[in-house]
Ligand binder design. Structure first.
Ligand code: UTP
Length: 294
């Protein structure tokens, strides 16, 4: 069983300025919960018992979400506000999950953020979940579970989530070069942001990974890539080309990945998650839509 995870949350979030000046994108409300709580619940539900948040000086209090506030909780108890009390992470089913924090001093990319968590990790495989991407529908995706199952059953070195994107969008993503078709496939290579005419597939990396501890050595050995950043995709590519067994798992139909780190994604996620959790809001939204049609 895979027991540990890293959630990198130290990025600048420039695509969401000026909102991200006021609030880290990983804490944006998505329906009734902050983004990071949805993600932590998703990964804790597959048996992860230790989560390392890689944060920055500017986001130093991001782990407050997971900490007990004795006075607040006592007040809610006294007022019999059980539902509100139970909405807190510290009263939810995963309250015993260990939450650790590491700091990334300079925003040198996803690969660098993962390296910053190394000292807090056991020498065992771990999940990586991007702190600004939600896996749906409504946080209920089984993707992380499938990734960990494939990692163990295939004795893999790494397993990556993929989603199909329109062919014209491949130049925005890391794209799979798979050996075979299917919902689980071994990777021949990974191509970073290919032109559509050169893309080996339209399967784009989708925010969740299971990685063996060996990835840290690869991350330490690679040169900074695009924009001076240490890219996780470069380290994975190096592993694959050296003969490591790296697999992809495709998202099922009906599953969605929403990047809340851009305004459209945030708005879409908020609406989807808010409506899913509230019948009255659905009725109100219908009224608004009907009015707009007139
Ligand atoms: P993104 O590349 O989407 O985040 O990283 P970003 O750099 O904050 O976004 P923009 O491009 O400026 O808008 C995905 C996840 O990895 C974290 C981010 O916080 C986000 O949760 N990340 C990214 C880090 O922790 N450190 C980094 O150096 C980069």
């Amino acid at each position: 069983m895979i027991k540990q995870a890293i959630i990198p949350v130290a990025g600048f979030g420039t695509r969401l300025l000026p909102i991200s000046r006021a609030l880290p994108k990983e804490l944006l409300p998505i329906g009734p919960k902050p983004t990071l709580q949805w993600i932590a619940e998703e990964i804790a539900s597959v048996g992860i018992d230790s989560i390392c948040l890689v944060t920055s000086a500017a986001k130093a209090n991001i782990d407050q979400l997971f900490r007990t506030d004795a006075l607040l909780e006592q007040t809610l108890r006294t007022q019999n506000k059980t539902e509100l009390l139970n909405s807190l992470w510290t009263h939810g089913p995963f309250a015993k999950t260990k939450i650790l924090t590491a700091t990334q001093d300079q925003q040198l990319g996803l690969g660098h953020a993962i390296l910053c968590g190394q000292d807090l990790m056991q020498r065992e495989p771990f999940v990586v979940a991007l702190g600004d991407c939600l896996m749906g529908p409504v946080g209920q995706s089984q993707m992380t579970k499938r990734l960990t199952d494939v990692f163990l059953s295939h004795k893999a070195d790494a397993v990556i989530a993929f989603e199909r994107v329109p062919p014209e969008a491949v130049s925005r993503y890391g794209i799979a070069d798979p050996f075979e078709q299917g919902s689980v496939f071994q990777l021949r290579d990974l191509i970073e942001k290919p032109k559509p005419e050169n893309a080996p597939s339209n399967l784009a990396i989708a925010a969740r990974y299971v990685l063996s501890y060996d990835i840290f050595a690869e991350l330490q050995s690679i040169e900074p890539g695009q924009g001076g950043e240490i890219q996780l995709t470069d380290a994975l590519r190096k592993m694959i080309l050296a003969g490591a067994k790296v697999f992809g798992v495709q998202m099922n139909s009906g599953e969605t990945r929403i990047d809340v780190g851009n305004y459209t994604g945030f708005a879409q996620a908020f609406i989807e998650y808010a409506l899913a959790n509230d019948k009255n809001l659905r009725a109100m939204a219908q009224v608004i839509l009907n009015e707009q049609k007139q």
